[in-house]
Design a protein around this ligand. Structure first.
Ligand SMILES: *Cc1c(COP(=O)(O)O)cnc(C)c1O
Ligand SMILES: [Zn+2]
Length: 423
């Protein structure tokens, strides 16, 4: 980790050596004291070669390990994480008048969400710290990711999710052999309990917006975006936002590449929030200070972006302000509608929180955050198989229904006169 210069508090800019603090700035505590991992870009420029990296046979996120805050000899998880596909989706842009839209499908990660990227780093950091147990609070996906990565490394893990988490996510946790606590309360309640438990029992805490290394794992999505485009940044990236760790991580990834001189501009980052969980969007609109703005009551069908007090709000705000991006909001109906829209137009089946990113495109166009010729990357953050109930609602609202047929050609013909599969 010679290439990490120090950890820096986002509130007071105080600098700490890597070994000096475990997670947050002690002066600002777990609620506000999130720190940034600051690199020595001069040293990285001299030691890391872009062309050699591109020639690497490792297709996982660990092809970028020289740019990650991990020890040189820390083993990567055997579970292959990252290297998700990204491709142009003209059919998805056309209805909005956008000519150059791409999708990157993070649902293709091993536990089916982008959270795998952060959890991989979490288990490595837990091992480096010598902790026996790794823990996290999560709306579901971060937990599934931590449990899955842990399973691949034989790592004991304890999970706190709200009791309302979708069944598929809980099934994943149990199948991976995690110790699971369904917290009778909100995600925010689960978060506080996890903090206390980690402190009490000496567990390594992966929780988002507290552990500074999670955005470092997530930043590898930006590296992949730029590398897929031949080391060029798109004009904009649009992504759903709950705690704000993903958008903060994307920002960090492009920032790294810009500092290294590997890309020549920063893309505008556009965050999409649910109307019922719009803490950051509201703060961006009215310019309020996210250090003093009180929590809101978050209610949305998109469980993965339901956050009353976004834990990574400082990084999330900085991401859009520094890149001249912005925030848009979408209703739950728009989110559910976007599930079949995205699926039909691209082949990507997304969970509600992931479809929210696509749902936000039209608002971003209306708000003038996107131009028709912009190259835009839509990040689809998690698989639709995570929440079948929501998908069925979205499909039903769009008028989609399967037809019953008796197993005879005659009955099939009768049914076919009433439907045209080319529609
Ligand atoms: C966690 C998650 C998000 C939001 O990420 P934050 O870092 O909380 O902003 C979006 N979509 C999916 C599928 C997620 O799991
Ligand atoms: Zn501080």
């Amino acid at each position: 980790m010679d290439h990490v210069r120090h950890l820096e508090c986002l509130v007071c800019a105080k600098q700490y050596g890597v070994g000096d603090i475990d997670y947050v700035c002690p002066d600002h505590g777990p609620a506000d004291g999130v720190v940034d991992v600051v690199y020595d870009y001069g040293a990285l420029r001299a030691s890391v070669d872009r062309d050699a990296l591109s020639a690497s046979a490792d297709r996982t996120m660990f092809r970028y390990r020289d740019l990650l805050p991990i020890e040189a000899d820390s083993p990567a998880p055997p579970l292959p994480i990252g290297g998700t596909p990204m491709w142009a989706v003209p059919e998805a842009g056309a209805p909005l008048g956008l000519r150059d839209v791409w999708v990157k499908d993070e649902g293709r990660n091993p536990t089916a969400s982008l959270k795998d990227r952060a959890s991989a780093v979490a288990v490595i950091k837990a091992r480096e710290s010598g902790a026996d147990v790794v823990t996290t609070a999560s709306t579901g996906n971060a937990a599934a990711a931590l449990a899955g990565v842990s399973a691949s490394m034989g790592q004991a893990n304890v999970i706190f999710v709200p009791a309302s988490a979708p069944e598929a996510k809980v099934a994943q946790l149990l199948a991976y052999g995690a110790t699971v606590f369904l917290v009778e309360g909100t995600y925010d309640d689960a978060y506080e309990l996890c903090l206390e438990a980690a402190d009490e029992f000496g567990w390594y805490n992966r929780s988002t917006g507290f552990n500074p290394y999670m955005s470092e794992g997530k930043k590898t999505a930006s590296y992949e975006i730029a590398e897929t485009l031949g080391w060029a940044a798109p004009d904009a990236v649009i992504v759903s936002v709950g705690d704000g760790c993903i958008i903060g991580g994307l920002h960090k990834g492009f920032f790294d590449l810009h500092q290294l001189g590997w890309i020549n501009h920063m893309p505008r980052l556009i965050g999409v929030q649910a109307k019922g969980s719009n803490y950051l969007a509201a703060a961006w609109e009215d310019g309020s200070d996210v250090l003093t703005k009180p929590p809101i009551d978050a209610v949305t069908v998109a469980d993965s972006i339901s956050a009353g007090l976004p834990r990574d709000r400082l990084k999330a705000m900085r991401a859009v302000v520094d890149t001249s991006g912005g925030y848009v909001t979408v209703s739950d109906d728009q989110i559910l509608a976007a599930i079949p829209e995205l699926a039909e137009r691209t082949g990507v089946f997304a969970e509600p929180a992931a479809a929210a990113g696509y749902a936000g495109l039209s608002g971003a166009v209306e708000q003038g955050l996107l131009d028709r010729d912009d190259r835009v990357v839509v990040l689809s953050t998690g698989s639709g198989l995570k929440d079948i109930g929501a998908a069925m609602k979205g499909v039903a609202a769009a008028g989609g229904a399967a037809r019953h047929v008796r197993p005879t050609l005659e009955d099939l013909k009768r049914q076919m006169t009433e439907t045209d599969p080319k529609d």
